[in-house]
Write a protein that binds this ligand. Sequence first.
Ligand code: PLP
Length: 478
Amino acid sequence: MTDVAAASIAYQNALKVIKSVEPRIADAITAELTDQRGSLKLIASENYASPAVLLTMGNWLSDKYAEGTIGHRFYAGCQNVDTVESVAAEHARELFGAEYAYAQPHSGIDANLVAFWSILAHRIEGPELASAGVKNMNDLDEDAWETLRKKFGEQRMLGMSLDAGGHLTHGFRPNISGKMFHQRSYGTDPETQLLDYDAVAAAAREFKPLILIAGYSAYPRRVDFARMREIADEVGATLMVDMAHFAGLVAGKVFTGDEDPIPHAHVVTTTTHKSLRGPRGGLVLATEEYAPSVDRGCPMVLGGPLSNMMAAKAVALAEARTQEFRTYAQAVADNAKTLADGFLKRGTNLVTGGTDNHIVLLDVSKYGLTGRQAESALLEAGIVTNRNSVPSDPNGAWYTSGVRLGTPALTSRGFGADDFDRVAELIVDVLTNTTPGLTAKGVPGKAKHVLADGVSDRVHAASAEMLEANPLYPGLEL
Ligand code: PLP
């Protein structure tokens, strides 16, 4: 348990010190706390880290360069960074039951890049070096090097489509993964909007990917990773799972057996700041087989590790190993179910008809709104969400037809079942009282919204009651 009185003094003094150098930054930090304390945060990828985690980020560990790996650095004096990275990796291995953990990635996207290049190194570079009879890439002659570079560029990745809930880093063109790999997507069943494993298997048989990637940013259901591994094995693919969104539910043992990616995947990546409730950052977990190539993340794609952030990951992972965190993770899933039921009983359409993870994806088209209009109307009423595509979205990825909601943050504040039912009621109140705004030509557009008079005040008042009853960082005097 955090010593709240000590944390209050720490923050008050820290802000004094910052204010003496750049008051606008101290003010922005304080204003951010006020804003977060005063709004209903339903962004599925956000959370509230503990004061212990937050305080671990701001210190002199940040000043140390430590490129390399534990005990094998390119700089002198890395003994304390070695301790920090070892503790983070130890907690990650034990929490998730992984054979190997790599705590250096600075973010989820970096963790995925490390994973992609590690898989390429293990599957393509290793055999190529062996056939050339050399151990080190630098010993390849120019022709062999060109052959290897060409082979890297020929590899394929099969991942979930963006509009079914996949992530940009899973092989899509705006991201480097789409430039590295030939990509194909698997979607969801057009009727049920659920993952269709037979269709994934058929796509894998035809496309023969090097990497089959599972995981999502906006799919409100659990995934059968045992089935995904069967598919990967059948076509000789490496199964990589990106659990950035649901790592907290894996850590908290809500997802077990076939729903736990660790026993089934060759490589698992995650962020540490979403449902896991840690600092912003990434982790890679792997089997022994892939460990040596993952360990080359720095210098393969990463520069010097952020030692202060690895330290904060270690503290967050220590917290996630407690019974208290398991209770929290179960509440995140239970609250998502209550939230989804709250919408269904009020007639709102949900993608897949419900949820069994931490995400609820609203399809707002029946309210005559785009996702963008719904998102901005909700924000006007003090409810922070983000718009999101729905499967086969007629409004595309910018305007969208959906709004994604998540329960991790408000559950961290202590919101329970009654609160989440009330949240559904407030959101439906906003959606039913919003109409599309007019474009410059005087016709209803896709961007602007008009929220009926009085709704914002009514919703703000109801939210304030719940927010006051469940304060953010209770006892923290700032
Ligand atoms: N992977 C998934 C599934 C995500 O949802 C996200 C972020 O939203 C990322 C990776 C990227 O994480 P980051 O923003 O830390 O780079």
